[in-house]
Design a protein. Sequence first.
Length: 216
Amino acid sequence: MIRALTSISIVSFNIRAFARTRSLRYIHHCWQNGTWAPCGPGNAQCGPPRNETIYHVQDLSCDMNDPNGPFYDEVHGMYHLFYQVHIAMPGGSGPIWGHVVSRDLVLWAHLPVALWNDEWYDVGALYTGSATIVDGNPVILYPGIPKGGTQDSGFTLAMAIPQDLQDPFFTNWSKSLQNPFLNVTGEDPSTAWQTAYGEWRFISDCYPLCGDHAGR
């Protein structure tokens, strides 16, 4: 089921144009009823809604990049896709994780932001991660930039699970109380797999520990 998601196209935007048009102030401030207010749960719109593309996943108003954590929920017959959104709660630089769902990979419904930068271990930003089905339920792995950190000082790795497994949309997500499970490490954790001995493994980029993005 997961490989079917490789046919989805994500609309990417020119990062230089983004930098020219959205300062850090506007990463922290979102459009609410015609005025600007701090971004956060319930307020994640970058401006007036824009027209959506057809057969492409696109945020309704914000710049976006990297698709994250695609998975298929067999219980509810729903495809899930997350993506990086270039907004953040005050104190961070973004991105955070947006969320869309589909039953046919053609028509997509936009859901509230799945993961905000609201903990000390991810307050700077949330970058590219993955989703793994464990005992029939999805578990998200993602890298965060902790308080006072930068991309060059290393990432934390954290987990999140749906708050309500009966919700067919998995609208709300809870971060694990054991977060972060790794400190000062690399980014981009892969989908995990279970070995014959019952242990779970994943691979990730070793940057910045190895000095570049080549190592794993």
